[in-house]
Design a protein around this ligand. Structure first.
Ligand code: NAI
Length: 333
């Protein structure tokens, strides 16, 4: 099939070309994100392959349908950026990559967490500058701390396994608790109201949906343990960034590791080093010594990229032969 890959970077191209050796699809790579203004690039293709920040809204979908595109083959797990109702209306099927390496993102959450609690980012800069002093670098042990997890899906579970390995007590919240999982992994389910005041660390792994938007806001932050370390590797929209900024200034939040940001579109994944950063909240967040920001790289391991590429192309192949679409997205985002 002819596949238009949007928001494509060199590492995507390599992984997709490698995986395509076993398929023989026709791949075209576009650096632009799919949106109303770039949708004409999709003319003549059977499939579009967007990523997390492509805006696949109703208008874009109507255009895709007019061009004869039949399948939206996301190369990510989240699908909050696709108007599923519009896709249904226009007869476009939507497939995703539900799991490519939950460990990749879970391990990144711990990379952020360990950096923050042991201040290795500051130590790295000091030593490079010939400063071998330890003043200001006192951290804290993860062992014995209460680790709060919101969302016990694939990534949440991988995080829980790691947290248990560190000797943390784990409290978790999910809309659909799984008691067998809790006893297998050694954690307890609790309500958000119970988790917020107890968690020393809070790690977000729920998808972005209407009922998780700004789950972390001024009200919920006020219920949290003072000095909590918040880790968000899920979706930026789960956190009200202005409330986060206020809580960091106030000390209510003691550290933030964020791999996602609610207004990351157009900023994350791009080299803006020669330009002024126009987002004042993000710019201010980068100035805190206890805030660690990465640019949505939780998934970015060689293993995950290879898994993503092969699942995307398997999804397209299943569609082409009229087979069952095991990774089809049916729900509403
Ligand atoms: P998953 O679908 O396996 O798990 C999500 C869990 O959240 C499910 O157990 C679900 O019941 C639960 N949930 C749904 N609504 C909830 C609510 N209102 N409150 C609490 N829990 C709720 O998804 P997975 O693979 O674990 O991914 C989690 C999120 O991580 C994705 O939605 C995606 O946004 C993000 N992600 C980020 C990556 C990165 O590079 N930073 C890479 C991959 C995913």
């Amino acid at each position: 099939m002819r596949i238009a890959v949007f928001d494509s970077k060199p590492y995507d191209e390599q992984a997709l070309n490698d995986a395509n050796a076993g398929h023989g699809h026709e791949l075209a790579f576009f650096g632009d994100r799919l949106s109303r203004s770039t949708v004409p690039l999709a003319a003549g293709f059977d499939v579009v392959c967007p990523f997390v920040n492509d805006r696949v809204d109703a208008c874009t979908i109507a255009q895709l349908a007019q061009f004869g595109v039949k399948l939206i083959a996301l190369r990510c797990a989240g699908f909050n950026n696709v108007d599923l109702a519009a896709a249904r209306e226009h007869g476009l099927r939507v497939v995703r990559v539900p799991a490519y390496s939950p460990e990749a993102t879970a391990e990144h959450a711990f990379a952020l967490l360990l950096t923050l609690v042991r201040k290795t980012h500051r130590a790295f800069n000091r030593v490079r500058d010939g400063n071998f002093s330890l003043d200001g670098l006192v951290g804290f042990n993860l062992h014995g701390k209460t680790f709060g997890v919101i969302g016990t899906g694939k990534i949440g579970q991988a995080c829980i396994r790691i947290a248990r390995g560190f000797g943390c007590r784990v409290l978790a919240y999910d809309l659909y608790p799984n008691p067998a999982l809790a006893s297998e992994l050694g954690f307890e389910y609790a309500s958000l109201d119970e988790i917020f005041p107890q968690a020393d660390i809070l790690s977000l792994h729920a998808p972005l949906m209407a009922n998780t938007h700004h789950l972390v806001n001024a009200t919920s932050i006020a219920l949290m343990k003072r000095g909590v370390v918040l880790i968000n590797t899920s979706r930026g929209g789960l956190v009200d960034s202005q409330a986060l900024l206020d809580a960091l200034k106030d000390g209510q939040i003691g550290g933030v590791g964020m791999d996602v940001y609610e207004h990351e579109e157009g900023v994350f994944f791009e080299d803006l080093s020669g330009e002024a950063l126009m987002d004042d909240v993000l710019a201010r967040l980068t100035t805190f010594p206890n805030v660690m920001i990465t640019s949505h790289q939780g998934y970015l391991t060689a293993e995950a990229l290879a898994n993503i590429a092969s699942t995307v192309l398997d999804n397209v192949a299943a569609f082409a032969r009229g087979g069952e679409l095991v990774n089809e997205v049916h729900g509403s985002a």
